[in-house]
Every structure is written in C-alpha cells, then in structure tokens.
Design a protein. Structure first.
Length: 289
C-alpha cells in the first residue's frame, strides 16, 4: 500500500536545484531504484506524450552523490505505484496521484533522507531552447499552411487553422531543436485540408521560415504560468509574439524571451505512406551570442 502526495515541481519556473525529502523508494528491476521526493526541479519524460526528454543530474545525500540516470512519471492508484511505460493513464486522470520518479542505476537513499537535487544545466538549457523552437515552429507551420484549407477548422493560439493540432502524430524535442511528424490522411482531407498545398514544400518552408525570422530576436517574454504547482497541474506556455500574446498548454521548460533567439529554421520533408502522406518538420534553433 503506497500513500503518496502529488510531487510539487519547480522546473516550470526554470529551477535547476532544490532541497527536499525522500517520500518513497521503489525497486525497478535491473538493479535500478526509483526515488520520489516531496518537491523536485527534475523534469520527467511524460509517458503518454513524451515530447521533452527527461533531465539528468544528481541527488546529493548525506552518504554521497547518486546519479539520476533518467526521470519518469509515476501514478498511484488504489495504493499501487505504477511507473513509466507501465502507467496506463494520461497525466491528470481522475482517481490517480501523479509523482516524479528519479531513476538511479543502483541503490538509493532511504525514505525520510534529506537530499539536494542538482539538474544538469547544460542539457536543460539545450532542451528548453528546443522546446521553445518546437512551439514557435508549429505556429509558423500553421501560418504557412493557412491557405490550404477549404473548410472552417479549429484555429491555433495565433488564429490560424490548426494544422499542427489536427495532424500531429509525434513531437520529439532534441537539444536545440525538434522533430515533428504529421499525417495527412483521409480524416484531414475530410476536414478540408488540400494536400496540393504540399506540392511545393520549399515554398511552405520559406513561408514558415519568414514567419520565424520575424519572431527571432524580438523583445517578447516567454514563460510557463500555473496555479497548481503539482506535477499534474495545468500549465500554460505564454509567449508575447510581435502580433500578440499566444497561449497553449505545455508541460515542459522554455527560454524566457524571444530576444535570446538568433534564428529558428525549419526543413520539411514528405513521404507517401498507406492512405496518405507523412510530413516531417525538423526544427533548429540558434541562440544569440
Ligand atoms: Zn510544450
């Protein structure tokens, strides 16, 4: 029987360090240990939508430092803690308590131990830049494809037809970049998307890159806003674009200003797949020196 409080997370505010107490330790197999803290700066990879990879780093304990190899989400339901890929529900599902599980390669500190958490700042900075680039690129792609629709469809945070939201299959954030895969099949065509809009992919790329060039280096603030500070709490990414402020739900970490960005560029490729086309957008971001 496991009674656990939801983990309080500080990474949405950009935290890299913090002191806390071990509330639960679980054996994960292969000699690995899962450690739950009351509060943590470590960003876990989400099980259902694994867009931003986990932080790495270390836990400083009275008995020495232990390396955090990866960080996953866990859920407690009817007294059982289910970890990582075994978690059968999405973050925030009613009746579950969600916790951050720090995965160690060996044994871990005992319940009640005071620890200092230290996130690898170089990796975090690279992933935060990549995540910001990912959001901006998806908005720029929506803008670049805004004339491709023959019917009214839901719009994105900037008011363009929401190609990204309607067609996204997977989104993977990398160091200073991202890779987004979209599927253009029967259901998207039925919603009014004209696949002929993808005949000239270089033109799509050029339009998206022109939008991104207009945003890079502008003074707008970027931040994560929230009221609930637990792992499953709703969080909103807010970005002050030159055209106006946009908001969308987001569980990750980000840059703090568009002024940090020297350039974001996308490359778009399409391949035929059964029933339609798969579009891959590869995004890269360069920060201002
Ligand atoms: Zn996000």
């Amino acid at each position: 029987m496991t009674e656990l409080a939801p983990t309080v997370v500080t990474y949405p505010d950009g935290a890299l360090t913090g002191s806390s107490t071990v509330t639960h330790v679980t054996v994960l197999g292969d000699g690995r240990t899962g450690v739950v803290l009351e509060t943590t700066p470590f960003h876990p990879v989400d099980t259902a939508w694994p867009d931003q990879p986990a932080d790495t780093g270390l836990l400083r304990t009275p008995d020495g430092d232990v390396r955090v190899a990866t960080v996953v989400t866990g859920g407690v339901h009817e007294g059982d803690l289910v970890v990582g890929h075994d978690l059968p529900v999405r973050m925030g599902t009613e009746g579950w308590t969600f916790v951050v599980v720090h995965v160690l390669d060996g044994a871990g500190p005992k319940v009640g131990t005071a620890v200092d958490a230290h996130v690898d700042g170089r990796l975090r900075a690279a992933l935060s830049a990549g995540h910001t680039a990912c959001h901006l690129a998806s908005l720029a792609l929506d803008a670049a494809l805004s004339d491709a629709w023959k019917k009214d469809v839901p719009t994105d945070a900037a008011g363009h037809p929401a190609f990204d939201m309607l067609a996204i299959q997977t989104s993977r954030i990398t160091e200073y970049g991202s890779t987004d895969v979209y599927r253009i099949g029967k259901s998207l065509r039925r919603k009014g998307f004209d696949p002929a809009a993808l005949d000239d992919l270089r033109a799509v790329e050029e339009r998206a890159n022109a939008v991104l060039a207009g945003w890079a280096g502008s003074p707008g603030a970027i931040g994560i806003h929230r009221e609930d500070h637990t792992l499953a709490g709703r969080r909103t990414w807010r970005c002050e674009l030159p055209e106006g402020t946009v908001e969308l739900p987001c569980g990750g970490t980000h840059l703090t200003s568009l002024a940090e960005i020297e350039a974001i560029t996308v490359a778009v490729e399409a391949v035929e797949v059964p029933g339609g086309v798969e579009l891959t957008m590869t995004t890269g971001i360069r920060l201002a020196p």
